[in-house]
Ligand binder design. Structure first.
Ligand code: FES
Ligand SMILES: [Fe+2]
Length: 354
């Protein structure tokens, strides 16, 4: 499984809304491309190729002038909110060349997040950026974005298989007991893409100490899901209640955690994590434990990526029951990668000599 690629034709989180104040364009690298995200004077977010059409200067280093145009810091090409070059200071007496226009990236803002489609706009079809209502409506804590030196699939796999809680997270969120909970896999198409969800449902479960402290009862009925909603987002939901009470909203407690994994390039990604609960205090308490957990995951992902550098000859991964979901995730991402723009798929090599 060479972790050296990513799906280009997908919606990815560029950041939360507050990271894009009006007229402070920001430069990002998403899926190997220089992406400019600019909230223009009308409050709408627009996204373009971050290279000035003149000599590739990053426009995110430029400033927005009084009249609302974005000025390139090198020779001063000025662009309007549609990415059209509208002024070239060194030749005001000439018409603007017709090709002096920035390539736009489809971009949406919803539930407090900004999403960008770095691939081919013609491939959007019926695909929509996933909704994340809990981020906007519940009490939510977001950690600073992390740059993870590993292909994004390694994070998706980490999230889809929580048998790593012991030993990787031993002593905080982990215990070996939860690795024994049977897993049901649900596959469905949502927002125009195939998704995979693991469901761990258990009755009379003795919670690890942290959870008992967060949610009350030492013994609970519990519903725990990990859902790869798209190449860019994995949603985790935990619901617990006193035995026999699961399903009564008033008796339930729990959280929703959204993880966004936006490829920067083949060997790194940006990881964002939002913890949402219905109580401000609970969100704050849970949030305190996460930096240590994320550091442990980063530690593992970085090492896995390093060891991808060695040739696979003679090496095989061994799959367990708990790997079923990630095998499905890999297949979905692989199939989506086939739609990557400009990718040349080699024809099958004929066994017979011509
Ligand atoms: S590079 Fe932008 S104006 Fe020359
Ligand atoms: Fe983890």
């Amino acid at each position: 499984m060479p972790a050296n690629s990513y799906v280009e034709n997908a919606w990815y989180v560029a950041g939360r809304s507050s990271e894009f104040p009006v007229n402070q364009p920001k430069g990002l690298k998403i899926a190997g491309r220089p992406v400019l995200v600019w909230r223009t004077a009308d409050g709408k977010v627009a996204s373009f190729d971050d290279r000035c059409v003149h000599k590739r200067m990053p426009l995110s280093e430029g400033v927005v002038l009084q009249d609302g145009v974005l000025e390139c810091p090198y020779h001063g090409f000025c662009y309007d909110a549609k990415g059209q070059c509208v002024r070239i200071p060194s030749q005001l007496d000439q018409p603007i060349p017709t090709r002096a226009k920035l390539r736009p990236y489809p971009c949406v803002e919803q539930d407090g997040l900004v999403w960008v489609w770095p691939g081919d706009p013609a491939k959007i079809g019926d695909t929509t950026a996933p909704r994340t209502p809990e981020i906007a409506e519940w009490h939510t804590h977001m950690f600073d974005p992390l740059k993870v030196p590993a292909n994004y699939i390694l994070l998706i796999e980490n999230l889809m298989d929580i048998t790593h809680f012991y030993p990787l997270h031993d002593g905080n969120i982990g215990d070996i007991e939860q690795s024994k909970i049977p897993i049901e896999i649900v596959e469905e198409r949502m927002n125009g893409v195939d998704t995979v969800k693991t469901v761990r449902k258990v009755s009379n479960y003795k919670q690890p100490p942290f959870y008992a402290e967060w949610f009350g009862h030492p013994v609970v009925d519990r519903w725990h899901t990990h859902h790869m909603v798209s190449p860019g987002l994995t949603r985790v939901e935990l619901r617990v209640a006193a035995p026999g009470k699961l399903g009564n909203a008033a008796d339930e407690n729990g959280y929703v955690i959204h993880h966004s994994h936006t490829p920067i390039d083949a060997v790194s990604h940006t990881w964002r994590l939002w913890v949402s609960t219905k109580s401000e205090k609970l969100t704050a308490t849970i949030a305190k434990t996460f930096p240590a957990v994320m550091e442990e995951d980063m530690w593992a992902l970085e090492r896995q990526q390093k060891y991808m550098e060695f040739p696979d000859d003679g090496y095989h991964e061994v799959f367990l029951r708990s790997d079923k979901a990630l095998i499905r995730c890999r297949k979905i991402l692989e199939d989506m990668e086939k739609g990557n723009r400009g990718q040349v798929v080699a024809p099958p090599v004929s066994q017979k000599a011509a």
